[in-house]
Design a protein around this ligand. Structure first.
Ligand code: FAD
Length: 489
């Protein structure tokens, strides 16, 4: 049987369910990746996440070539063109079955349903596999059969079902080598109707995305590919025991930094679970507090992935809680711009935003702090922050990002209650006690003592380039709470 594996955000050979199943079922196998720059733009994907995707794809193509599995590349404008293109490709390559790993946001689900329908009409079955999540979204429900709206009961139900040594999430091996190049089976390129042809060469630019980000971006410092992800996971396994204690301090490398790899798929979530269970007596809640805590974070990821399937409303640019559509968000674009640029005059917020702008990544504690600051203290629509994060993050993922923003803005599931507003100064003192993180990203404040750096005294502003705070944290907090309280009445 001749099979085609359609890769998306699952760019690896190891433990890739679709690739594994295709390799078992077929004796001739090719892989395709379809770039859809117009749809990516409309989804808010920024240069950094696309660069990570394309660089990872190039590394994967080289690994697949060693196994004699060709990787084809196709650029289309958007998802709407995918079905027709795949139909042509299946015909021209005599494909008998298509395999892919399921994706869950609404537009991705619609695209995949259309592909299944179109290929059915030409007799090519399509198999979508569970791979991005541990279990199929929708398969874990409350007693009344609904999707979970709150994380903690979701986690409890998940663990009750799976905390058993015999029910691991065993990773699958990479496909075997196909032994020869099969050059006669797989042409170098194929002409397609429309603007683009199916080719082998992965370009540096798709649509108006450039792979190599310029300027001062340090995104290129992220090593790419499965090997890099595996090394990082191994290194993290040596410190996972300390995760619970270390994970909240942005100046300390206490978290895994695996999110960019999980999101483009260079690493599977099952490999992460396997590592953590091994450190935790095979249990989800075991003797290692660090490993148990890290497994809980992987379940946050799982929870948000399930959420977009159970409550597709969140994919429509809408708040999970309908009443929060009435929040009178501020129209002050200047505040938002200062937040984006890391010029709010609140040191921990600025350091965090500069970390994002310069490296494409931000520590989780700080994501919560800056999201709370934007949506509560500056009363700015969470969708503006969500979009900015998508533009900048190298680990941008719709489900996690939307979930995180709605959580912080108190518009989401399991949301922080509206009256719980992070105080950026207290957060700063608690989680960056000596100001090391602030100093690393806000050089203007280098000379301040550990005591003053969190909230530099007023009189010192005059001779510094660092701005005065964009708002009064206490007053703005009070105002936000009033606004949210009024929604109830
Ligand atoms: P670790 O602490 O090592 O955790 C391991 C993995 O667990 C992470 O790689 C991630 O896959 C998952 N994870 C951890 N915390 C969360 C969480 N709260 N929600 C969902 N998954 C989690 N994560 C993204 O992957 N992409 C995003 O676009 C994204 N946007 C966010 C926006 C906001 C406003 C907030 C508050 C959080 C966001 N997160 C996002 C979640 C979290 O901040 C990152 O996953 C984490 O900081 C990545 O660093 P790490 O790999 O070192 O995490």
């Amino acid at each position: 049987q001749r099979g085609l594996v359609w890769l998306r955000n699952d760019l690896r050979m190891d433990d890739n369910t679709a690739l594994y199943r295709a390799a078992k079922a077929c004796n001739a196998l090719a892989v395709i990746f379809i770039a859809c720059p117009q749809t990516w733009r409309s989804h808010g994907d920024g240069d950094n996440v696309v660069a990570m995707r394309l660089r990872t794809l190039k590394a994967l193509q080289a690994s697949l070539a060693k196994k004699h599995i060709p990787l084809y590349f196709l650029e289309l404008r958007g998802f709407a063109q995918v079905s027709a293109a795949l139909e042509q490709i299946c015909r021209k390559l005599n494909i008998e079955a298509l395999f892919a790993n399921a994706e869950y946001p609404l537009n991705e689900q619609r695209r995949d349903a259309a592909v299944r329908e179109t290929l059915r009409s030409v007799g090519v079955p399509v198999e979508y596999c569970t791979d991005r999540t541990l279990i199929p979204p929708g398969s874990l429900t409350t007693g009344s059969g609904e999707g979970f709206k709150v994380y903690t009961p979701f986690k409890r139900a998940f663990i009750a079902r799976h905390d058993n040594r015999d029910q691991g999430f065993e990773p699958l091996p990479a496909p075997r080598s196909l032994g020869a190049d099969h050059g006669d089976l797989w042409p170098e390129w194929i002409a397609l109707e429309g603007e683009h042809n199916l080719v082998r060469a992965i370009p540096d630019t798709v649509g108006d995305y450039g792979v190599a980000p310029g300027g001062d971006s340090r995104v290129l410092e992220w090593a790419v590919g499965e090997g890099a992800a595996k090394t990082l996971l191994e290194e993290f396994s040596a410190i996972v025991a300390d995760y619970q204690e270390q994970r909240d301090f942005p100046a300390v490398p206490g978290t895994s930094r695996l999110s960019p790899y999980l999101n483009c798929g260079a690493l599977s979530v099952r490999r992460c679970v396997q590592m953590a269970l091994a450190e935790n007596d095979g249990r989800w809640v075991g003797s290692s507090e660090g490993a148990s805590c890290w497994l809980s974070e992987l379940l946050w990821r799982e929870f948000y992935q399930h959420l977009v399937v159970n409550f597709p409303r969140v994919c429509r640019n809408l708040p999970f809680k309908p009443e929060t559509e009435r929040v009178p968000w501020s129209r002050r674009t200047e505040d938002f711009e200062r937040w984006c640029e890391g010029q709010t005059g609140v040191p921990i917020v600025d350091a965090a935003m500069r970390q994002l702008n310069q490296t494409g990544w931000m520590h989780n504690r700080l994501r919560m702090v800056v999201a709370s600051f934007l949506t509560k203290n500056l009363l700015t629509d969470w969708r503006k922050g969500e979009h900015y994060f998508m533009q900048k993050l190298v680990d941008a993922d719709f489900a996690a990002n939307n979930g995180g923003w709605q959580w912080a803005a108190s518009t989401g599931t399991d949301a922080a209650p509206y009256f719980r507003v992070f105080n950026p100064y207290s957060q700063s003192k608690r989680f960056d006690p000596d100001g090391a993180f602030i100093r690393a990203f806000v050089p203007e404040l280098e000379g301040y003592s550990a005591k003053d750096i969190h909230c530099p005294p007023n009189d010192l502003f005059s001779d510094r380039s660092y701005p005065a705070p964009v708002c009064d944290v206490t007053e703005s907090r009070k105002h936000a709470i009033e606004v949210f309280a009024n929604l109830k009445s």
